[in-house]
Design a protein around this ligand. Sequence first.
Ligand SMILES: C[S@@+](CC[C@H](N)C(=O)[O-])C[C@H]1O[C@@H](n2cnc3c(N)ncnc32)[C@H](O)[C@@H]1O
Length: 271
Amino acid sequence: MEQNYGKNPTTVRATDHYKSEYVKSFVDKWDELINWEARAESEGDFFIRELKKRGKKRVLDVATGTGFHSVRLVQEGFDVTSADGSMEMLGKAFDNSRRRGHILRTVHADWRWLNRDVHNKFDAVICLGNSFTHLFSERDRRKALAEFYAALRHDGILILDQRNYDAILDNGFSSKHTYYYCGDNVSAEPEHVDDGLARFCYTFPDKSQYHLNMFPLRASYVTRLMKEVGFQQVSTYGDFQETYRQDDPDFFIHIAEKEYPKEEPEEEKQS
Ligand SMILES: C[S@@+](CC[C@H](N)C(=O)[O-])C[C@H]1O[C@@H](n2cnc3c(N)ncnc32)[C@H](O)[C@@H]1O
């Protein structure tokens, strides 16, 4: 099967389209794009450290993809459940983990009705690799965040990352290409950007090209939605750093905490 965006690819702006975007040949190439070894080196132990620091053990990876983070966390001793809405991706993740000596616990589930298929409660939900961008309506974003919230224990955390679309929308595209897509000779570049669509083209060494149509999320919008569904505190990192200039990072990582703070947040005390 091939990717099919029809005659006017920039008009394809639907959440459900992600299932047909990750066709087998693209999924097979995905690991060339992200290069597991280089990616592990570039992100270091950021996620492992943040989870361990907060005493989180039971993790639900809702955007498993080919399994990069699920496998890393299993190797570090976390109790991981790996979910994804794409069977193609889950199959690849299962094979990737088996080749590394692990059996992944996989669940085929769409985020919008996650709790229909995933019944346990987790210490942490991770949604990584710029995945949340696949949701094209605010209704879907709110529903997905509410489902992530519901899958968490009372003091659970959500770790969700995204491309720095603010910089792309405001200043055009430039990438250091250091962190997420670490594959050599693989390019990931936007072909079309407007307020409702970022259409990226991925070109591989054999000249094959694939596309993803994504919604360009502004970082402040994502953190606002997180707070509106009930997360009490959200910390945002830029390319794994706590301090950064807004335009610099390629990616933002949000860590949203569910636990109700014992003290009132500062801004509310003052008003
Ligand atoms: C860009 S890939 C990232 C995969 C992986 N986390 C990584 O960093 O390499 C996005 C993943 O999110 C999944 N996805 C997108 N929308 C989804 C939805 N509504 N429900 C479940 N999974 C979804 C896709 O199937 C895909 O595997």
